[in-house]
Design a protein around this ligand. Structure first.
Ligand code: PAF
Length: 283
């Protein structure tokens, strides 16, 4: 595996691969890799001739008082895991390389169709930070395909919208959420949970599955289902930010009878903000 931290070295390798006719699949990450990330890398291996992964904890997507400083950084273990999966190139830029001028005044990418709702409403500027860094990484790596997890469902749609709006010739692939045996979606932030909080955390997925079951059984009073799920989360020890039933492709509020839905939630358990979603499709 080639490991590079410089943008011009990265461009040189990618240019050579392209010259050889190879396609490139790209997995951007913030590191602290778990089985969910590794599933993205495996998927990338089936989608491109060369697989590039990046690790960069992006300061632009963390708000004041959020966990940028404490976000887990485990580069040696991440590198070993990527090596095992035969990743071709790991790109590990630093903050100075990614944002050479003042970060507060850097050029930004907004995706207004999607970035102020749900998680965007609770974490102002978060999706602008994500879209900006992913846009920069796309310009550096120039992938044919980029792979993201469906656990970060709104993020996946924001990236798809950005790629469409900016006319990039990049296929954005989504990979299903990888879960612990008790249902908890894998996340780097699960590491913030105490053993007691960890034992309660799978309730988030269980409550979302319960809402999905009710919708599949014919219930269509979405606001009542959302309020009831918020109550259940509070009773289970969470501080919920939201539970919302949305159209799966646009995140718009659904009309009754909409066949393709996603139930999304974000909730705090101790110091960990957990997100999860369950999709309901007609097919
Ligand atoms: O999902 C993540 O880990 C990050 O938001 C991403 C896409 C790597 C951008 O920093």
């Amino acid at each position: 595996m080639i490991v590079l931290d410089g943008i011009s070295d990265l461009r040189t390798v990618v240019r050579e691969w392209r010259g050889d006719g190879c396609s490139i699949a790209f997995v951007p990450t913030m590191g602290n890799l778990h089985a969910g990330h590794l599933a993205l890398v495996e998927q990338a291996g089936s989608l491109g001739d060369r697989v590039v992964a990046s690790i960069f904890v992006n300061p632009l997507q963390f708000g004041p008082g959020e966990d940028f400083v404490t976000y887990p950084r485990t580069l040696d273990a991440d590198r070993a895991a990527l090596e095992k999966l035969e990743t071709d190139l790991l790109f590990i830029p630093d903050v100075q390389g990614m944002y050479p001028d003042a970060i507060d005044s850097t050029t930004r990418v907004d995706v207004p169709a999607l970035d102020n709702i749900l998680c965007g409403a609770h974490r102002p500027g978060f999706f602008t930070g994500v879209a900006t860094v992913v846009a920069k990484l796309f310009n550096m790596v120039q992938p044919d395909t980029a792979v993201f997890g469906e656990k970060d469902y709104q993020q996946l749609l924001v990236i798809r919208q950005m790629v469409k709006d900016l006319s990039w010739p990049i296929e954005v692939a989504g990979v299903p959420t990888v879960r612990e045996p008790d249902g908890l979606a894998m996340s780097s932030r699960n590491g913030y949970l105490t053993p007691r909080e960890r034992s309660k955390a799978p309730e988030l997925y269980r409550i979302l599955c319960d809402v999905a079951g009710k919708i599949q059984a014919g219930e269509s009073g979405y606001p009542a289902l959302e309020s009831k799920a918020m109550e259940s989360l509070s009773q289970a020890g969470f501080r919920p930010d939201y539970v919302s039933i949305r159209c799966a492709t646009t995140l718009a509020q659904p009309e009754p009878g909409e066949p393709d839905l996603v139930i999304l939630a974000a909730a705090w358990m101790g110091t960990a903000r957990l997100i999860d979603n369950v999709r309901i499709s007609a097919s």
